[in-house]
Write a protein that binds this ligand. Sequence first.
Ligand SMILES: N[C@@H](CCC(=O)N[C@@H](CS)C(=O)NCC(=O)O)C(=O)O
Length: 247
Amino acid sequence: MLELYNFKQSTCSQKVRFCLAEKGLEWTDHILDSRKSEQLQPEYLKLNPNGLVPTLVHDGNVIIDSSVIMEYIDEVFPEIPMVPRDVVKRAWCRKWLRYFEEVPTPAIRYPSFQNFLIRSFEKLGPEEFDEAAKKRPLRTDFYRRMGTKGFSDAEMDAAMNNLQQAVDRVDAAVADTGGPWIMGEMLTVADACYLPSLDRMNDLGLSHMWDKRPNLTAWYEAIQERPAFDATFYFGTRLTELFGDAA
Ligand SMILES: N[C@@H](CCC(=O)N[C@@H](CS)C(=O)NCC(=O)O)C(=O)O
């Protein structure tokens, strides 16, 4: 039995949902509410001491961290492979995962929080806000830098540059491999890893950043045709659906 603890709107959760759906697997969703900080409840922290989603529980075994979860799923359910079996290609696939985790995945948090997620914290006084920040085992510093007023221009610029770099690199990769996917003909966990960041950019009104990137545009259009896309991005999974228009 596969159980996934996740937020509807979390990009890291969306990676895993897309991967599970591509593989035709059934899972039980445990949707946590970020606005109630359910990821910080003691029961959940026993599963995931980082206080982050997603967490997969498979036959009682707890697996955390979205890319680790995707690779785990691929190993346990290899019938529809999403990681190349060839060792060199597998290393290239992991290279993409690490790049996405280091560059666009952290970067997308900045406009997401600046435009939407900050709203849950704006009305808190300084002490209450600091308590909320301190409760987050891996995100205290990030929340403190955001505060109730938002990130600095320099932090936002750096995030946007990183998002643009990833757009450019994926566009070039799809051209180099001949597409339709990042690694060529095989849809891999690398595609699953990047998709939620690009879809979030779209939701945030940043699609102009790939106006002149035809390969990336084709990649995004093709992935939206997958049944797994609708299983991942159902109603309520976009920030604009949860919060209304950007501030
Ligand atoms: N490296 C982790 C990161 C997970 C992560 O950052 N999750 C976010 C949602 S995308 C979260 O749970 N945030 C809770 C919070 O900000 O308190 C993974 O890939 O699973």
